[in-house]
Design a protein around this ligand. Structure first.
Ligand SMILES: *[C@@H]1O[C@H](CO)[C@@H](O)[C@H](O)[C@H]1NC(C)=O
Ligand SMILES: *[C@@H]1O[C@H](CO)[C@@H](O)[C@H](O)[C@H]1NC(C)=O
Ligand SMILES: *[C@@H]1O[C@H](CO)[C@@H](O)[C@H](O)[C@H]1NC(C)=O
Ligand SMILES: *[C@@H]1O[C@H](CO)[C@@H](O)[C@H](O)[C@H]1NC(C)=O
Ligand SMILES: *[C@@H]1O[C@H](CO)[C@@H](O)[C@H](O)[C@H]1NC(C)=O
Ligand SMILES: *[C@@H]1O[C@H](CO)[C@@H](O)[C@H](O)[C@H]1NC(C)=O
Ligand SMILES: *[C@@H]1O[C@H](CO)[C@@H](O)[C@H](O)[C@H]1NC(C)=O
Length: 282
């Protein structure tokens, strides 16, 4: 047997955990911190600290209700779904409807203060977010003893609204720190202190500077990918960012005005809906 084959078999059977599905620390393979740590390093994202070692499992759980809405002469339905993020599943994706409402966040057996940061580094607009300074989706400071609802909410959860065709990654970070973070220092980290931007107070969040200024360590990390879909575009239509004609450009049933008979057509989408109506925002 060649050394390469031997190594591959060893990796599959012993390290990868296929036999017995165990994590080196004895925990369930799907919440294996050392594997999540390896996967996080492999993503090699610019905004992450240059060095980190994850020590806690961050549980991000969504309870999404059914969503039904009418657009393009169709009634769309997304099914309800409860799920926890699985960062070890490279195929894991969430639909916008499934991640539109704030998740329940918890992390294990930790004392002391932590801060939660959620960001999107894949924004297609360099004045809103970049790989190094992503768009802020959520910020909760000074969480006591792992109790996220008792932290100071600086930025409430904004659900993913990716406008472009490629799926965006959304990262949830748990940062540990000793000293209390002074909430009056936060504005400087967004767009260099200029809060008038595409998403006021949330653009170009300087994660690395925030972490180093506050002597924080990244101890928990999870992530999901979300694609543009008809519900994202429908919401952008409601808020005036897109016209109905833009949203419905690829929908053959679209007519204006819409004949009553067409509204009766029901379209129950799969868990991920469709990504066919991606529109580029200016
Ligand atoms: C590991 O966790 C997964 C997902 O929560 C669950 O389906 C599975 O039964 C667990 N396996 C064991 C051995 O506990
Ligand atoms: C990580 O990305 C940087 C560029 O952002 C690149 O220079 C470096 O080689 C990458 N490292 C790995 C291990 O892929
Ligand atoms: C990362 O943390 C784990 C658990 O605390 C520890 O066993 C391991 O040695 C650490 N690795 C590094 C590179 O510091
Ligand atoms: C994650 O949290 C949810 C509820 O918030 C719970 O049902 C689930 O069992 C937790 N998963 C793990 C792996 O702890
Ligand atoms: C999701 O969880 C909520 C509350 O825990 C429950 O009421 C609801 O029926 C669940 N939905 C699904 C689709 O399992
Ligand atoms: C900011 O901190 C001050 C105390 O330093 C506190 O009174 C205030 O409630 C905090 N703001 C938020 C949004 O938590
Ligand atoms: C603030 O940022 C916005 C968006 O990048 C820019 O248009 C504006 O000119 C900036 N304002 C100042 C005072 O720099």
């Amino acid at each position: 047997m060649s050394n390469l084959l031997r190594l591959t078999l060893y990796t599959l059977l012993c390290v990868g955990g296929v036999a017995g599905q165990t994590c080196p620390d004895g925990s369930n393979i799907s919440t294996c911190i050392s594997n999540i740590n390896t996967a996080a390093h492999a993503l090699n994202r610019t905004f992450l600290p240059d060095s980190f070692n994850l020590t806690t499992y961050l549980n991000v759980t969504f309870n999404a209700p059914e969503e039904e809405f009418e657009v393009c002469c169709k009634t769309f339905t997304f099914p309800a779904k409860n799920f926890s993020l699985d960062p070890l599943n490279p195929d894991q994706k969430a639909a916008h409807t499934q991640s539109a409402n704030a998740p329940t966040l918890s992390y294990g057996s930790v004392s002391g203060k932590h801060t939660l940061v959620m960001v999107d580094p894949d924004v297609p607009s360099s004045t809103v977010g970049t790989l190094a300074k992503p768009l802020l989706h959520m910020l909760v400071l000074n969480i006591p003893d792992g109790n996220v609802p008792q932290g100071q909410i600086i930025a409430r959860y904004n659900g993913p609204m990716p406008p472009d065709a490629s799926p965006h990654y959304y990262f949830f970070m748990i940062l540990s720190h000793v000293a209390e973070v002074d909430n009056s220092t936060i504005p400087q980290y967004s767009n260099g202190g200029n809060l008038s931007c595409g998403v006021p107070g949330r653009c170009l969040f300087d994660v690395k500077k925030f972490i180093s200024d506050n002597s924080m360590s990244l101890v928990g990390l999870s992530w999901m990918r979300v694609s543009n879909d008809i519900f994202v575009n429908f919401k952008n239509m409601q808020s005036g960012r897109l016209t109905e004609a833009q949203v419905c450009a690829n929908e053959p049933t679209y007519q204006t005005p819409c004949p009553d008979c067409l509204w009766s057509q029901q379209h129950t989408l799969g868990e991920l809906g469709t990504a066919s109506t991606s529109v580029t925002l200016a």
